[in-house]
Design a protein. Structure first.
Length: 202
């Protein structure tokens, strides 16, 4: 099913992505968020692309927003927190709510984070000295993030004039989202907060 969805989505959105990249990478807020020095706890980035019946949403959050830490999960409690958070993020309704009238169906969701990697399976991680250096470097110099992609099929995109950010309810450590969108009607950039969680498209 995933391969079928990928074949349907990719050709239709390939040309569209060039427009997205042109918008996002020239936008000052996007450029700042892509700068490692601009990694800001409590703040996330959301990119939305709509074309035809296809909707793609990309979300990036500092790991601290999601699980409360950015180092490699060490204890059973931390590892469970990471897995629980990943499962929560995969449920799109915990992040965005699309209008019922648009008749949208989630086709695929994917999530990536360095915290989800099984470091025990990679050689030399059990070496005490190397492991200590890795932890020290990560605690003091590295930033970890969660990157999530959602792919929707909406039967009535004419009704897709807005969406609601539900992320703030489920991940309260996130206080602000820098949202950029591109639709057949236009493009824009807004900041969403708990008190201003509805994104209206042009």
């Amino acid at each position: 099913m995933e391969q079928m969805v990928r074949r349907e989505l990719t050709p239709a959105l390939t040309a569209f992505y060039f427009l997205i990249l042109a918008l996002f990478f020239t936008g000052s807020s996007w450029a700042a968020d892509r700068n490692p020095e601009a990694h800001e706890h409590g703040v996330g980035v959301m990119n939305i692309a709509i074309q035809g019946n296809e909707v793609e949403i990309e979300l990036e959050l500092p790991a601290d927003n999601v699980v409360g830490f950015e180092h490699e999960a060490r204890t059973a409690t931390e590892k469970k927190r990471v897995q629980d958070a990943a499962a929560k993020l995969k449920k799109a309704a915990n992040v965005v709510v699309l209008p019922e009238g648009a008749a949208c169906k989630l086709e695929k969701a994917g999530i990536e984070s360095a915290l989800l990697e099984d470091h025990d399976e990679h050689g030399h991680k059990d070496d005490h000295d190397d492991h200590g250096k890795s932890e020290e470097h990560n605690d003091h110099g590295e930033h970890s993030e969660f990157a999530v992609h959602y792919y929707f099929y909406c039967a009535k995109t004419g009704q897709l004039s807005n969406l609601e950010i539900s992320l703030f309810k489920h991940f309260p450590s996130t206080h602000k989202l820098r949202v950029q969108y591109i639709t057949p009607k236009g493009q824009g950039a807004v900041q969403a907060t708990r008190k201003s969680a509805r994104i209206k498209f042009n």
